[in-house]
Write a protein that binds this ligand. Structure first.
Ligand SMILES: C[S@@+](CC[C@H](N)C(=O)[O-])C[C@H]1O[C@@H](n2cnc3c(N)ncnc32)[C@H](O)[C@@H]1O
Length: 246
């Protein structure tokens, strides 16, 4: 019996499980609903307790790292960028400053994240850089119909999503990519031989094989990047690169 099932049946002492998460486990709620609620709550915590409040030391450090990564991988001011799960603009704040006006788009499922992000743009005097900050409900990208982005980025998003939500991204992302577009995403590697590792409330681990299979199924090319030599990504995340191929 899986750990989750044992936890659900009460044979493992549960860490208090949120009502919506229970509904998700029972198959009555879409995961994204529960995760959205959790993000909203976490962001609303004060700056001491929430890692998502802008300008905390960790927020600043990880945001700068995201920026360095994309610039090292070819992001130029004239490029367009879609920041999937932009949160409270940890990376976004740097991308907005660097890119030409109108070239940054951030989407998130959390209304609170988008609210804080918009407020931050105002406070930083960046409104004239015209970032697009949009609330989204899923990973179908319908709001971008007919549009493509040069760079697409999902930092610390798939490590919080179950397989079916990730598959929705792979199914639809090709529609908003041109032949030179690149999509970078992080994930937490599963230990051992399993493709889908143990799930612990809002944290999911996958093998790279899991993503390779999704890419193959949806006609995309995928490559696992070496961890940076000087420092690994926080929490031993790995970075992968997806292209549309020929
Ligand atoms: C762990 S946070 C990381 C936020 C941001 N990338 C960063 O590094 O600060 C994950 C974010 O992804 C958002 N998210 C999760 N699934 C999403 C989806 N399918 N589409 C858009 N945003 C999503 C969450 O609401 C949350 O803000």
């Amino acid at each position: 019996m899986s750990f989750l099932k044992r936890m659900y049946l009460g044979t493992v002492k549960p860490i208090k499980i949120h009502h919506l998460y229970n509904l998700y486990l029972k198959g009555h709620a879409r995961y994204i609903q529960t995760y959205r609620e959790r993000m909203d709550k976490q962001i609303k915590l004060g700056p001491q307790d929430s890692r998502w409040r802008p300008r905390t030391p960790r927020w600043t450090r990880i945001g700068k790292m995201q920026f360095r990564f994309l610039v090292q991988h070819g992001l130029k001011p004239e490029h367009t960028l879609l920041d999937i799960g932009c949160g409270t603009l940890r990376g976004g704040i740097h991308f907005i400053r660097y890119l030409q006006p109108g070239n940054y788009t951030g989407i998130d499922i959390s209304p609170e994240a988008i609210k804080v992000a918009k407020q931050l743009v105002k406070e930083e005097g960046m409104a004239d850089l015209r970032p697009r900050l949009l609330l989204t409900a899923d990973s179908q990208f319908k709001e971008f119909s007919g549009e493509t982005f040069d760079f697409l980025f999902a930092y610390s998003v798939f490590s919080h999503l179950p397989p079916e939500e990730i598959e929705e991204t792979f199914q639809n992302i090709g529609e908003i990519m041109g032949k030179n577009s690149v999509f970078f995403f992080t994930f937490k590697p599963a230990d051992g031989r399993r493709d889908i590792g143990r799930e612990m409330r809002f944290n999911f681990r996958y093998s790279f094989r899991f993503f390779q299979e999704l890419a193959r199924k949806h006609g995309l090319d995928i490559e696992l990047l070496e961890p940076p030599s000087a420092h690994n990504y926080p929490e031993k995340k790995r970075m992968a690169k997806v292209t549309k191929g020929e």
